[in-house]
Write a protein that binds this ligand. Structure first.
Ligand code: ASP
Length: 353
């Protein structure tokens, strides 16, 4: 009897040790650098962002844009505003900056239009709002918030969403406001690659599938997650989608649970990357569920969901902030524009791997 209980204790010890080992093995690679308490984290898109393709001037401009956004959000939180207010204010700054693929500077559709998607979510109440395929709302993130707060719906698309935004008193602009030369050229390159591809390869499916050339030119979405002084989390994402997108294509950003999610009990998440894969993997909610049901840390859950996207053949990244201010910023692309600010106001900005 004694030998049996001794054996049983030894077996339990083994189980505990090996599960601790497993947790250590799955820890997010950047764990050690993300141990402070963060209150606001942003991304400006993931993709083929290589230092060798960047000029010093452009890099400085991106960093300045990210810093301005971080400071805006941090100041809002310091002033006692809600995480929701901070997320909206931060994303508006990025939407107004033509460097990012959201608001002004959004990428072009196959038809040469700018069609934007955005979502916002309140981690305290689980209320959410989003707009999809809009072309005249200067700041789509504010329209998403209006859908959440001033309507009984969660998601509005196209002309209806624009009409609603107008009635809600938001700024409406001519579609030409969003145009930048760089994004227009990006579309021309993608169109050329599309027609070259279809001439060379009969199995190529330009209709519905995204052209190979898109892979380098599709990202730049912006997102923000925040934790306010009252302990409430919020998340928001805004994007022009993917260059050369067709037929009213909608990405993951405005889909609650795919590209955007927030829940005070777990985490706030905003994704960026090849949207089709993020939709199919229900990335943002999956991250939260891994924390809720499996007890994973935000870093472990972040790593797991990006690995799932990678297994399907997709790429991208995300930012996640848990209820204790722990952050994870995993991505499987060459780079991701990203920044974070601690409760004390210390700012970190990174671009490359
Ligand atoms: N996820 C966005 C989309 O698929 C694109 C991006 O993140 O840049 O619409």
């Amino acid at each position: 009897m004694k030998t049996f209980s001794l054996l049983r204790s030894a077996a339990w010890l083994l189980v505990i040790c090996s599960s601790l080992q497993a947790r250590a093995n799955t820890a997010y690679a950047d764990d050690s650098t993300h141990q402070e308490k963060y209150v606001l984290v942003i991304h400006g898109g993931a993709g083929t962002i290589l230092k060798k393709n960047m000029t010093a001037q452009k890099e400085a401009a991106y960093k300045a844009g990210l810093e301005e956004a971080l400071k805006t959000g941090y100041n809002a939180l310091q002033a006692g505003k809600s995480s929701l207010d901070a997320v909206e204010a931060t994303i508006r700054v990025l939407e107004d900056n033509p460097l990012f693929n959201a608001g002004k500077g959004a990428v072009f559709t196959h038809d040469g239009r700018n069609e934007m998607d955005a979502a916002i979510m309140n981690g305290k109440t689980l209320e959410a709002g989003s707009v999809a395929g809009v072309s005249t709302i200067r700041n789509p993130i504010s329209a998403a918030r209006a859908v959440m707060e001033k309507s009984e719906h969660v998601m509005m698309a196209g002309r209806g969403a624009e009409q609603f935004a107008k009635e809600a008193g938001l700024e409406i602009v001519d579609p030409s406001y969003f145009r930048t030369e760089e994004r227009w050229e990006g579309l021309q390159k993608a169109l050329k690659a599309d027609s070259m591809k279809s001439r060379l390869d009969h199995s190529y499916q330009p209709a519905g599938k995204l052209g190979v050339e898109n892979i380098d030119n599709k990202f730049g979405t912006v997102g923000c997650v925040a934790l306010d002084k009252a302990g409430n989390l919020a998340a928001g994402t805004s994007t022009g989608g993917m260059t050369n997108k067709k037929y009213g294509r909608i990405g993951d950003a405005p889909i609650i649970g795919a590209g955007t999610y927030a829940n005070n009990n777990t985490v706030a998440v905003s994704c960026t990357g090849w949207g089709e894969f993020f939709i199919r993997s229900v990335v943002a909610y999956d991250l939260s569920a891994l924390m809720a049901y499996k007890g994973l840390t935000v870093q472990e859950a972040g790593k797991a969901v990006i690995e799932k996207v990678g297994t399907l053949g997709g790429n991208g990244g995300l930012i996640a902030l848990d209820k204790n201010g722990r952050a994870a910023l995993p991505f499987n692309t060459e780079g991701m524009y990203r920044g974070m600010v601690t409760a004390e106001g210390k700012i970190t900005i990174e671009i490359y791997k």
